[in-house]
Design a protein around this ligand. Structure first.
Ligand code: ADP
Ligand code: MG
Length: 697
């Protein structure tokens, strides 16, 4: 037997079964079978008591005796076998729907036995269908943990049950240990206390005890995380040595003048840390590729501005791009405002910039007079040329495609440094893996004095008091959002809901005391802008909207957001929406309206929103609920194609693997040292060219 042997030739399989297994489980070779891991183990050393059974669907072992056994006719021509089992603490019904006479005679009555199976609840009493039975004296002493493999009804029906998988696996395991080659350096296994690869495979299938199973699991997960990180690490080093960047060694007059005289507030520690990380990158003659993650309101703009001033001190221009005109204009306004007392020149370029202004921008970019350009996609047009673009900042990375970013690179002979900013926090484990080729900086602290938004869950019966509360806030001069769901599949229905909502709100909050405006995706861009500006200027008290306001305008005076049918929104969407309030000095509120019946998942989402304002915590819960693939979107789901590694729960292992790889590559960037040859060979053989994870920037 070798690892490549087809399973067809294994004892107990044969052509037919091999075909079935290949079809259903995608297992073809001995090696595939070895990688068919148990989903859990059955601990045969644990004996449960009937009196302790509180929930169904529990897979347990009991010790006791069958006191009665009889055949029952329960429907025309249908019989089942029914037994009473007792262990002295209670009784449990045993049932067999399929059985033969032979089997019936084999069932031991009034003898000490172990039974084992899954408990089900039926008519308020517990039963165990098709239990496995073992006589007490025959019970093997050494067997403690039994592997349970993922299986399916289809396979079980055709005799491919747990016993089958266990037998085949035991057969393989007994024959191939010498074929399992070690692929990690011994020193590394020692320092990380990792089990050998051979031991790991033996113990993942047939662990000596629970502790061994855990160690085997850790070793196999580490291996996966390690080679994944190694792949990225090797690529990254390669890229770094070839993508030259302009070094910015100087901290000069523009940065210092601004920092000392015009900084309107003290930077948070997180902002300081992130700025240091950026400065360290910019010192080097290597292109920076950094992702700046920070929740809405964490102060990314200030960090971006300081980085642009550094570029300027080193004789370079910067540009900053946002995905929409509204956002670009906002960035421009806040940056221009911060710089108004300095002599740094900044301009805005969007689709609606007038020709005359455009001409000036083009000229000033070319002669170097203009230091900072803020804009939309308009910045990417070929006609926009820089004298020496040194730094490009991109806000909200997921809205810009790779091709568009490449255009930015090409705007200078030596590629500009790239800083990508996102307000959509993703879980750390995901960032560590997904962004292995980008360096990640995180602002995980809000400026002091920010009042956390108070979030509450309300139902239909509370509707009037919610309206009453909104009226109180409006009376204080505040503004209110009412948000309705918009899900593409039912766009017409949602549109109807929105229109009805608008009418309803206009009745509850009637003119002339209240003024209500509306914003939705079917409006033309200039209509949207008009509605938004109307609200932003305070001419309307209430904005009825769909999720189009998710990434949108800053209206600091808006202090209440009511989200209708909140159970229909995803967590990250709710969080993004909520970020539209709490932008001013006033206490803000987010009210999540839902129906009375909620699924477990919706309840968890609503509860999470009420408990925390921390985008990173929310993203962790989101990943637990939806899984990492969904969070990144389908096109990236290939990256979560791990055999054992679990991005939700294995943060520590991923972190350890990442650090190990970084350390290793610092010493030996291209794995040239003799002691790393086997590692390199294994990587080249197993992983190279196979990993589907593309570059981000
Ligand atoms: P975002 O990360 O969402 O882009 P902004 O950069 O727009 O956040 O900052 C949100 C608000 O917080 C702005 O009004 C900004 O002036 C303010 N701000 C940023 N940093 C600080 C700080 N360290 N202390 C106080 N206020 C700050
Ligand atoms: Mg921002």
């Amino acid at each position: 037997m070798t690892l490549d042997t087809s399973i067809e030739f294994l004892k107990g399989i044969g052509t037919e079964r091999a075909k079935l297994i290949a079809n259903v489980l995608d297992i073809r070779t001995v090696e595939d079978f070895l990688h068919f891991f148990p989903i859990r183990y059955l601990d045969k050393s644990k004996v449960y008591k009937i009196a302790d059974i509180k929930e169904d669907n529990l897979e347990i072992q009991l010790k006791g005796r069958i006191t009665e056994l009889q055949e029952i006719t329960y429907a025309k021509g249908k019989k089942r076998l029914s037994g009473k089992f007792t262990d002295g603490t209670g009784t449990l019904d045993l049932v067999w729907f399929q059985y033969s006479n032979w089997m019936k005679e084999q069932i031991p009555v009034n003898r000490e036995i172990y039974i084992f199976g899954r408990v089900q609840e039926f008519n308020h009493s517990f039963s165990m269908p098709h239990p496995e039975i073992e006589l007490e004296d025959k019970k093997s002493a050494e067997e403690r943990l039994r592997p349970i493999y993922p299986s399916s009804e289809k396979l079980t029906k055709r005799g491919l049950n747990q016993k089958f998988f266990q037998t085949v696996q035991a057969n393989i395991i007994s024959q191939i240990p010498h074929l399992i080659e070690e692929n990690l350096p011994v020193s590394l296994m020692k320092s990380l206390k990792l089990m050998s690869r051979q031991q790991a495979y033996l113990n993942i299938h047939f662990p000596q005890n629970a502790d061994f199973a855990k160690h085997a699991d850790r070793r196999l997960k580490f291996e996966e995380a390690f080679f994944f990180q190694l792949g990225y690490g090797l690529k990254k080093n390669y890229n770094k040595s070839f993508t030259i960047g302009n070094p910015f060694p100087i901290v000069g007059k523009n940065f210092n003048n601004f920092y000392e005289n015009f900084l309107p507030f003290e930077l948070t520690n997180a902002q300081k840390r992130v700025l240091k990380e950026i400065r360290n990158d910019l010192k080097k003659p290597i292109q920076m590729n950094r992702l700046l993650q920070g929740d809405v309101g964490s102060g990314k703009t200030m960090v971006a501005l300081l980085a642009m001033l550094l570029a300027m001190d080193n004789g370079f221009q910067s540009c900053m791009m946002a995905p929409t005109e509204i956002l670009a204009t906002q960035h421009f306004n806040s940056i221009a405002d911060l710089l108004k007392e300095t002599d740094v020149k900044v301009r805005l370029l969007t689709g609606s910039t007038k020709t005359a202004e455009r001409k000036v921008i083009h000229e000033e970019l070319l002669n170097g007079e203009l230091s900072i350009l803020v804009g939309t996609h308009a910045v990417l047009e070929d006609i926009v040329r820089f004298k020496n673009l040194g730094l490009a900042i991109i806000d909200e990375q997921h809205r810009f495609g790779v091709a568009q970013r490449a255009k930015l690179w090409a705007k200078n002979k030596i590629a500009p440094h790239i800083l990508v900013m996102t307000a959509t926090p993703i879980p750390r484990t995901l960032a560590m893996s997904y962004y292995s080729d980008l360096d990640v900086s995180v602002i995980d602290e809000m400026p002091v004095g920010r009042k956390p938004i108070i979030t509450a869950h309300r139902r239909e019966k509370d509707r009037n008091s919610v309206y009453g509360f909104a009226k109180e806030e409006i009376a204080k001069g505040r503004q209110v959002y009412f948000v309705y769901p918009l899900i593409e599949e039912s766009e017409t229905l949602d549109y109807k809901n929105l229109m009805e909502g608008f009418e309803h709100i206009s009745e509850i909050f009637p003119l002339p005391d209240y003024n209500t405006t509306m914003l939705h995706g079917k409006m033309k861009p200039d209509e949207k802008d008009a509605a938004m500006n109307y609200f932003a200027k305070g001419k309307a008290d209430i904005m009825v909207a769909t999720t189009v306001i998710e990434v949108g305008v800053n209206v600091p005076n808006a202090s209440v957001m009511v989200i209708e049918s909140a159970e229909r929104f995803g967590l990250s969407q709710l969080h993004q929406l909520r970020g539209r309030v709490g932008r001013g000095a006033e206490q803000s509120y987010c009210i999540l309206m839902t129906g009375d019946k909620l699924s477990t998942e919706s309840r968890k989402r609503i509860k999470t929103m009420c408990e925390t304002n921390d985008g990173f915590k929310i993203s962790e819960v989101d990943m637990q609920l939806r899984g990492p693939g969904d969070i990144l979107g389908t096109q990236q789901s290939g990256m979560v194609d791990f055999k054992r590694l679990d991005l939700v729960n294995d943060g520590n292992i991923i972190k350890a693997a990442k650090e190990t790889v970084e350390h290793l590559l610092k010493i030996d960037g291209n794995l040239q040292l003799p002691e790393h040859q086997s590692l390199r060979n294994y990587y080249v053989k197993q992983y190279k060219g196979k990993n589907k994870w593309g570059k981000i920037s």
